[in-house]
Ligand binder design. Structure first.
Ligand code: CMP
Length: 143
């Protein structure tokens, strides 16, 4: 079954939006298979955002992600990678559609509340980066 990596960023935690975000994934019908509340080591943040390392905002992005705890999660379900991106909304909260997490709660591209893997292959890489196999629980909700 398809899985994706989701992180509630420091701004989402600081603004007490973790429960709201989790609720949206639960009520959509996706299944939580891993979750941890953690301070992010700088090396992990740099690896996670490696694709952006040449961008001007890279160091401020890493500073921000390591500034305060995050909630790292793995969600499972049919089409969960693109489905999660739909729930999350566009990268820039100012243009994200109302009804999406970023559209409803954010205004800043650098403080956009949540990260979701952008493709199935990226999801596999990010899940392996953030979670050990023993931290993921395969289970089936009752029918
Ligand atoms: P995320 O989905 O975590 O992936 C990369 C992050 O880089 C993105 O969300 C934004 O938070 C951040 N980002 C992208 N563009 C900019 C920008 N122009 N200025 C600051 N941060 C940015």
């Amino acid at each position: 079954m398809e899985r994706t990596f989701i992180m509630i960023k420091p701004d989402g935690v600081q603004r007490n939006l973790a429960g709201e975000v989790i609720k949206r994934f639960e009520t959509k019908g996706f299944t939580l298979v891993g979750m941890k509340f953690m301070a992010v080591p700088r090396e992990l943040a740099e690896k996670h955002y490696d694709v952006h390392k040449e961008r001007p905002f890279f160091s401020s992005l890493v500073d921000f992600i390591t500034s305060s705890p995050v909630v790292a999660m793995v969600w499972e379900g049919e089409g969960v990678v693109s489905g999660a991106r739909t729930l999350i909304g566009a990268t820039n909260p100012l243009t994200a559609a109302p009804g999406t997490i970023r559209g409803d709660f954010g205004i800043s591209i650098g403080r956009n509340l949540i990260h979701g893997s952008d493709a199935i292959e990226t999801a596999k890489t990010e899940i392996a980066l953030w979670f050990g196999e023993d931290e993921l629980v395969s289970w089936q909700p009752a029918a």
